[in-house]
Design a protein around this ligand. Sequence first.
Ligand code: PXG
Length: 462
Amino acid sequence: MSGSPHEGRETVYWQQLDRHHHWHPFTDTAALNAKGARVITRASGVYLWDTDGNRILDGMSGLWCVNLGYGRTELIEAASRQLAELPYYNAFFQTTTMPAASLAAEIAKVTPQGLDRVFFANSGSEAIDTAIRMVRTFWAVEGKPGKSWIIARQNAYHGSTIGALSVGGQKAQRQQGGPLVGDVAHVPQPFWYGEAGGMPAEDFGLERARAIERKILELGPDRVAAVFGEPVQGAGGVIVPPDSYWPEVVRICRKYDVLLVADEVICGFGRTGAWFGSETFGIEPDLMTMAKGLSSGYLPISAVAVGRRVADSLIEKAGEFCHGFTYSGHPVAAAVALKAISLMREENLVERVRDDIGPYFQQSLATLADHPLVGHIDGIGMLAGLSLVAGKKPDRPFAEPDRVGTLCRDHCFANGLVMRAVGGRMVLAPPLVISHAEVDELVRLARLSLDMTARDVGLADR
Ligand code: PXG
């Protein structure tokens, strides 16, 4: 960019600044500093560029969020108009703003029937913390303060604030910075390929749903506030549950009068081929958390959509709900989110994922199933996870899945593709606007990187 203070600086300059001062999230900083971070400078459509001029196909939509792709002038203009008009005002002082009120109404329209009260926050983690406080406060005002336990799944990722971390079920994270929030229990996830041991998928789905029922009975239904779960566990490795799972979880929650919170941070806004993953999987949530795709990642904003039972009770009986954030309903973020939703409508993106690019993406990825490293591919809409295996028929996992996943991820990056590794699973979540030709390129680069990984681990000739 001409006249920019960045002009003429070499990659190493930025890496040096970063190394000395920038502490990266979810990163082994010592290891990163030893090699230096890749410096991303600009992006357009589904592509990123770095300071060395490399073009990279973003198979992860940033971090599962840039659903509309990069460089959307409509979003940029919505932000800039709102910045000029009213860059900030809060919703605490008996005041509101037009973007916040409009966005709340718009979210009420696109979410399933009944979820028509919307509380704003800035990140998925804050939305989860908000939902924790809401469900526990709901039971307290209903005269059942003992209903405080939350049940979630092992390997679930719900965020990094202490509340969200406590509901999450990933071991390595839970080991840092405790003690965690109490009264949270975890049950096994519905990961058919990895954990069913040959049980048919439908039976396994029911069995894993009934693990929730067993936990409710063990704790006592009068002590359980809510079940929290993502329709498809994203950061856990794209764990697509069998069709039988969620309807059975819904039945169980209703039977024992336990609230159901759908964490739609990744699955929301078209990712699974419906506005929300809850619709794809037959979930009838009492509350829904959302973030990421809400603003297509252009600005930080999240929300909790709350159904009538919980909202009416809290609003009518709890008095002041002592919770909120300086930037709850930030007008600029809300203006961008409003525009993102209207673009999704204008471009029929939900239908596109359901009927066109989603099936094309899944069929194209399925061509990788013959690769010696690829065990099983799970996917729905624009979400996919593939397991890397050391041998096939029967499939054998690697003894060091993380090492092989990292090798594959690094080959992808070097070849111009962002494909993430979650242990021994490779995950993809490209922008919903990706073209057929770009999907072809993604699959070609993935195969090339898998071939290089296979060579590294001595599987090339199989
Ligand atoms: N719920 C879900 C389902 C998420 O995926 C959060 C909550 C928390 O959102 P915030 O905005 O607080 O980050 C998330 C976030 C990864 C990765 O490595 C995934 C997330 C965040 C960071 C890394 O896949 N998801």
